[in-house]
Write a protein that binds this ligand. Structure first.
Ligand code: NAD
Ligand code: TYD
Length: 356
């Protein structure tokens, strides 16, 4: 038995592969295109481990995916591969349409063809788990109830619209062809190997480099934060016991305003790596022009996952954020390798002229 993971060199995918192989001997075939966000260094500890088979490929390459499914007799696919950064989707939506919509469609087609050729017991046992986001549901007001699985889809960014499209395709492939799919919609993740374009790793790194900590708008936008290893455990649980065709919301019950998150990071860094001048890292907080169409609040109701499958996050925000800050302090060489020329031009594109 073997599973196929897509996007397994990215932030969540690589955490998932590492955790999977720490807890199971079932091999993983890992397909990743290695975009700017894919990093094989995340998987360096698996070098020489025959249980991890890495293939540099695009999920949109039907022939390659179908071949791998057949060759390795895959029993489940977990689809992480995506373009994932909202700000990049605002600057250039094309890659998001290509991978998140067309790529997911071609992946579904390859899986459908493979699945149709399986014998009945293998067909019954097969699963495709599609990893998605709470952002497909749109934005909440402060007092609105959290997103449940039946909340109306109302995506607001090119990123969330492209993820919504892929969710709909996955749903349709179950409804129309009977493909045994599962979908998870998760809140904002944080933890090791998080690419430093996203709020938490960007602020940790900028703080250490003496740079500004850029707060979009008033910093009162709310996100629900989940430690990445808790997301991975939720995916394993849904894959093992989720009901075919169902959607499961995954969240940390940790709603925080962005400004609060950044102050927490500053306090943690003040404790673990104080600034040479004795001042707080909070002095580096800088308000900058808001993100266009910025969603005000995301909040996940993960009751279904808890009641039906018994899943709960293991980390609180305080324990998870401490582990995360410690990880970045201990892995500065990982960060320095990521901060390549490409990354510098992204910073220039996104932040130049943004000072409020
Ligand atoms: P990421 O950007 O860190 O990683 C994405 C990975 O996919 C990279 O390794 C990249 O090389 C690969 N990839 C991109 N296009 C590809 C293609 N066409 N073919 C093959 N591989 C390709 O993203 P992430 O934060 O790890 O997110 C993983 C998944 O989880 C995404 O589907 C995202 O929408 C979803 N998600 C993320 C979060 C979050 O907070 N990061 C929250 C909820 C859901
Ligand atoms: P991000 O990590 O990009 O995740 P998402 O947009 O998917 O929620 O951003 C998290 C929040 O932080 C979001 O409200 C935007 C905000 N943000 C900033 O205020 N400054 C920044 O430099 C970045 C990258 C994000």
């Amino acid at each position: 038995m073997t599973i196929l993971v897509t996007g397994g060199a990215g932030f969540i995918g690589s955490n998932f592969v590492l955790d999977w192989l720490a807890g199971s001997d079932e091999p993983v075939v890992n397909i990743d295109k290695l975009t700017y966000a894919g990093n094989l260094e995340n998987l360096a500890s698996l070098q020489g481990d025959g249980r991890h088979i890495f293939v540099k490929a695009d999920i949109g390459d039907y022939a390659v995916v179908l071949d791998l499914l057949k060759k390795d007799k895959i029993r489940a696919v977990v689809n992480f591969a995506a373009e994932s950064h909202v700000d990049r989707s605002i600057h250039g939506p094309e890659d998001f349409i290509q991978t998140n919509i067309l790529g997911s469609f071609r992946l579904l087609e390859a899986v459908r063809c493979y699945w149709n050729g399986l014998d009945e017991p293998d067909k019954q046992a097969f699963r495709l788990l599609h990893v998605s986001t709470d952002e497909v549901y749109g934005s909440l007001e402060k007092t609105d109830p959290q997103f449940s699985e039946t909340h109306q889809y109302r995506p607001n960014s090119p990123y969330s619209a492209s993820k919504a499209a892929s969710d709909h395709l996955v749903r349709a492939y179950h409804h129309t062809y009977g493909l045994p799919v599962l979908t998870t919609n998760c809140s904002n993740n944080y933890g090791p190997y998080h690419f430093p374009e996203k709020l938490i790793p960007l602020c940790i790194q900028n703080a250490l480099m003496g740079k500004a900590l850029p707060i979009y708008g008033d910093g009162q936008q709310i996100r629900d934060w989940l430690y990445v290893k808790d997301h991975c455990s939720a995916i394993r649980r849904v894959l093992a016991a989720g009901q075919v065709g169902e959607v499961y919301n995954v969240g940390g019950w940790n709603e925080k305003a962005n400004l609060e998150v950044v102050h927490t990071l500053c306090n943690m860094l003040d404790e673990l790596k104080p600034r040479a001048d004795g001042k707080s890292y909070a002095e580096q907080i800088t308000y900058v022009t808001d993100r266009p169409g910025h969603d005000r609040r995301y909040a996940i109701d993960a009751t279904k996952l808890q009641l039906e499958l018994g899943w709960k996050p293991a980390e609180t925000f305080d324990t998870g954020i401490r582990k995360t800050v410690q990880w970045y302090l201990e892995h500065q060489s990982w960060v320095n390798n990521v901060l390549s020329g490409d990354y510098q031009s992204w910073l220039e594109k996104n932040y130049a002229g943004r000072e409020a």
